[in-house]
Design a binder for this molecule. Structure first.
Ligand SMILES: NC(=O)c1ccc[n+]([C@@H]2O[C@H](COP(=O)([O-])OP(=O)(O)OC[C@H]3O[C@@H](n4cnc5c(N)ncnc54)[C@H](OP(=O)(O)O)[C@@H]3O)[C@@H](O)[C@H]2O)c1
Length: 317
């Protein structure tokens, strides 16, 4: 296989985790851009924690490009409740896939990390070089350590073998296909569910977890998917790269925005007894913006599409 080739419309592209929020959006973006040769496997057919099964799959299918969007993912509660699962599953999945991709002659692999790799009290906005400059946020350190290992593995395979493995670190992502589980979801889908339930049952008030003061950045998943395809086509270097929209807001203001989209007009209060997580997480996206990619979908439009998807797909089931 020509290692210098660029991704072509008929290149064999494996999207690992294609049934997830991000993987599903990568498939949509690739199809919209005319890529026709996607290799997809549901977890029931290929458990990426199983090294032997992953090796056999790569030897048989020979994907040329890999988007590694399969991972064990969840919010604060899930991270705290299942630390062993988070560190074990993520280390297994990424080690198996990165190694098999290299050994079977893949042209390029894109690994997905997360903004939680950065120190808890990081200078804001967070530049790529702030990695490993301070202690991690304890509520998701298991997941973060696995993600740091993944991006370091990409760098190590590049350095030792010349394998073109790159790593993208997205901020919080939301959109159609999100997980709306009442306990194991991220803050934005959890708020959509909470406000929808309050609205339909006629509650006059909603209590949100934590103080409401932490500031967070949210990227619409189809924006992220476009960025990832852009990076696969245009970026080949050891340094990981942030992907975000470059704007943040407080969790309380996010709750107000969600309430507005759902049509909830009652009172919103905070529950300081619940953990907040890091005080602020805003990525510096100067590097990817400088390469020519910028997020396009604003929060209000993204929330409306996501709420509609929740009504049509989660409630309708
Ligand atoms: N969501 C965010 O806010 C966010 C933010 C930053 C970075 N990211 C990164 O983006 C990536 C994808 O996240 P996501 O939000 O799309 O998560 P998701 O919706 O939970 O999707 C994860 C996907 O991985 C698959 N998977 C999990 N374990 C597997 C296994 N053992 N074998 C095969 N497939 C397995 C899941 O399959 P099933 O459908 O069968 O469970 C699912 O399709 C992750 O690396 C995450 O760190 C996400």
């Amino acid at each position: 296989m020509d290692k210098n080739c660029k991704m072509q419309q008929d290149s064999r592209i494996f999207v690992a985790g294609h049934r997830g929020l991000v993987g599903g959006a990568i498939v949509r973006a690739l199809q919209a851009q005319g890529f026709t040769n996607l290799v997809l496997r549901p977890r029931l057919e290929l458990d990426l924690r199983e090294q032997r099964a992953v090796d056999v799959f790569f030897a048989q299918e020979h994907p040329e490009y890999v988007f590694l969007a399969a991972a064990k993912v969840g919010g604060i509660h899930a991270n705290e409740a299942y630390p062993a699962d988070f560190i074990r599953d993520n280390l297994l999945i990424q080690s198996n896939v990165i190694d098999a991709a290299y050994r079977n002659g893949c042209a390029k692999l894109l690994f997905l990390g997360s903004s939680c790799i950065y120190p808890r009290l990081c200078q804001q906005p967070i530049k790529e070089e702030y990695l490993l400059t301070g202690p991690l946020e304890p509520t998701n350190e298991w997941y973060a350590i696995a993600k740091i290992a993944g991006l370091k593995m990409c760098q190590a395979y590049r350095r030792q073998y010349g394998f073109d493995a790159i790593a993208a670190m997205p901020t919080n992502v939301y959109g159609p296909g999100d997980n709306f589980h009442p306990e194991n979801s991220h803050v934005l889908p959890a708020l959509i569910r909470r406000f929808h339930e309050a609205q339909t049952s006629g509650d006059l008030s909603v209590v949100i977890w934590g103080t409401g003061t932490p500031r967070r950045e949210f990227l619409y998943v189809d924006d992220l998917a476009e960025a990832l395809v852009f990076l696969m086509r245009n970026y080949s270097a050891a340094g990981h790269i942030n992907v975000g929209c470059g704007r943040d807001l407080s969790v309380m203001n996010l709750a107000r925005a969600v309430a507005g989209v759902v049509g909830f007009k009652g009172c919103i209060s905070a529950d300081p007894a619940k953990k907040d997580g890091a005080p602020q997480k805003l990525l510096d996206v100067g590097k990817i913006n400088g390469m020519g990619w910028k997020a396009r979908i604003d929060l209000d439009a993204g929330l409306r599409t996501t709420y509609q998807w929740f009504c049509d797909n989660v409630l309708a089931k």
